[in-house]
Each structure stands twice: as structure tokens, then as C-alpha cells.
Design a protein around this ligand. Structure first.
Ligand code: BEZ
Length: 252
């Protein structure tokens, strides 16, 4: 999302765990019939459609034109927008905002918190999940070590994975009351056996690997796999060290 666009087909075909895990976040949101709800970082729209099934009027927003195009094709009757939450505006305030696995792509967390407060009604609720402190830390450390050892490159960190207290304080500073928050380990098994880590890096890793010359790519991917194999390859599949931050808050 930070560089270039997403591969929506690869996302749907091989990374369905992103929205499969998100269905319990929809339960936390508890959408009601007639509510106006914004889904921030809606991707290919599957959770947006789950929310709409509860009778809510849902608006899906994503920075990626490819993701929104796929969402529109899957669910043509729902409302979709390409845009950045920080500058997004809508004619009416929302009853609730939902966001799954998206906000860690925007390091400007203060800009995001201000936008969430601006878009919600007083009393409106926020149900979000994102990577929390320590998310994919083993993977990120291995990628950084390999890039340093092989190419003397230090990639900039593309992700924002806050601690629970840090994120709760940020929301409180921007007009929210945090009602519940959890930081928990959620080891995440990847599809496609041996190829799973490469597919994940292809889908999500371009901000880390973007500076790798094409002719060195195979060498770098193999070195990352070999470094991580003893810790993250289990029973024939890769299992990433996901840690989730989940928050339920109310706009004051
Ligand atoms: C996540 O959902 O935690 C995540 C996805 C892609 C890159 C980094 C983190």
C-alpha cells in the first residue's frame, strides 16, 4: 500500500486468512440494521459484505485501486471508495468505524486517530484490529539481517505496530474512550507449504524488499528462508509470528 498497488487476486487466492480471522472482529463491532458503517482498509471487501449482511449500510474505503476494483466486482451493490482515511470525507457522520489488518500500514497514527474521530458521530464506536508491538518481529529481523549481510542495505520500517497502552493513549488524546483492548499472539499458518513465505513476501514484503536488484532476488529469498526455517517452518508449512492489537472504543 505504501509503494505501488496490491495484487488483489493473490490476496484473495492465497491470503484469505486475513479476512477469515477478521470475522470475530465483526462480532465485536456488532453491526445493527440501519447503521452507517465505514470499513477502513477494506481490501477485496469480504468483511465489508459480512457487515452489510447484518443490515447495515456499509462504505468500503481502501488506498488501493486494485483492491477496490476487486471489491466492486465481488459486491457491485455496495459502496466503495479509493482513498486515504486521513483525507476521506463523507456527507454524514458514521455510527461506527471498522478496520481489520490495515492501520499498521500508516505510520502517521495521529493523523489516522484524528480522522477516525472526525468521521464518527459522538457515541459512535470503533472496532479495529492491526498488528501490535512485536508483530512479525522474527520475520522482520531475519529480512533485515539478510539485507544487511548480502547487500549492506538497511530498509526503513514500513509498519506501525504499537503497544496496547500507546495506542489506547493515542485514541484517548483524540476524543475516544477505550472500552476494551487486547494484545495477543496469533501464530498464523501460511498456505502453499514450502512456497508460503515467498508468497507472503510477494504480497506484503515489497516495502522491505523493494531495493533488492532483480538478479539478486532469488539469493535473498533463499537466504531469508534458510534463516527462518528452524523457527518458523513447522510440519510442512510456514507459521508467522503475528501479534494482534484489538481495540473497541467509543467516540466521546
Ligand atoms: C499483519 O496483518 O499483521 C501484517 C500484514 C502484512 C505485513 C505486515 C503485517
Amino acid at each position: 500500500m505504501t509503494t505501488g498497488d496490491w495484487d488483489a487476486a493473490l490476496y484473495d487466492a492465497k491470503h484469505a486468512f486475513v479476512f477469515a480471522y477478521g470475522s470475530s472482529l465483526v462480532e465485536l463491532l456488532a453491526p445493527r440494521s440501519g447503521e452507517l458503517i465505514l470499513d477502513v482498509g477494506c481490501g477485496t471487501g469480504h468483511l465489508t459484505a459480512t457487515i452489510a449482511h447484518c443490515g447495515a449500510q456499509v462504505v468500503g474505503l481502501d488506498l488501493s485501486p486494485a483492491m477496490i476494483e476487486a471489491a466492486r466486482q465481488h459486491y457491485p451493490t455496495l459502496e466503495w471508495h479509493v482513498g486515504d482515511i486521513r483525507t476521506f470525507s463523507y456527507p454524514q457522520p458514521f455510527d461506527a468505524v471498522f478496520s481489520n489488518a490495515a492501520l499498521h500500514w500508516i505510520p502517521d497514527a495521529e493523523g489516522v486517530a484524528k480522522a477516525l474521530a472526525r468521521l464518527l458521530k459522538p457515541g459512535g464506536r470503533l472496532a479495529l484490529e492491526m498488528g501490535g508491538r512485536g508483530n512479525v518481529a522474527t520475520l522482520q529481523a531475519a529480512v533485515e539481517a539478510v539485507l544487511q549481510e548480502h547487500l549492506a542495505i538497511t530498509p526503513t520500517n514500513p509498519w506501525y505496530f504499537p503497544a496496547l497502552g500507546e495506542y489506547a493513549a493515542l485514541l484517548e488524546t483524540h476524543g475516544f474512550e477505550v472500552q476494551a483492548a487486547w494484545l495477543f499472539e496469533r501464530p498464523t499458518a501460511l498456505e502453499e507449504g514450502e512456497r508460503g513465505l515467498r508468497l507472503w513476501l510477494e504480497m506484503f514484503g515489497s516495502p522491505l524488499l523493494g531495493a533488492v536488484p532483480t538478479e539478486r532476488r532469488e539469493e535473498i529469498l533463499t537466504a531469508i528462508e534458510e534463516k527462518l526455517r528452524p523457527v518458523l517452518f513447522k510440519e510442512g508449512r510456514w507459521e508467522l509470528d503475528y501479534r494482534r492489537l484489538r481495540v473497541l472504543a467509543r467516540r466521546l
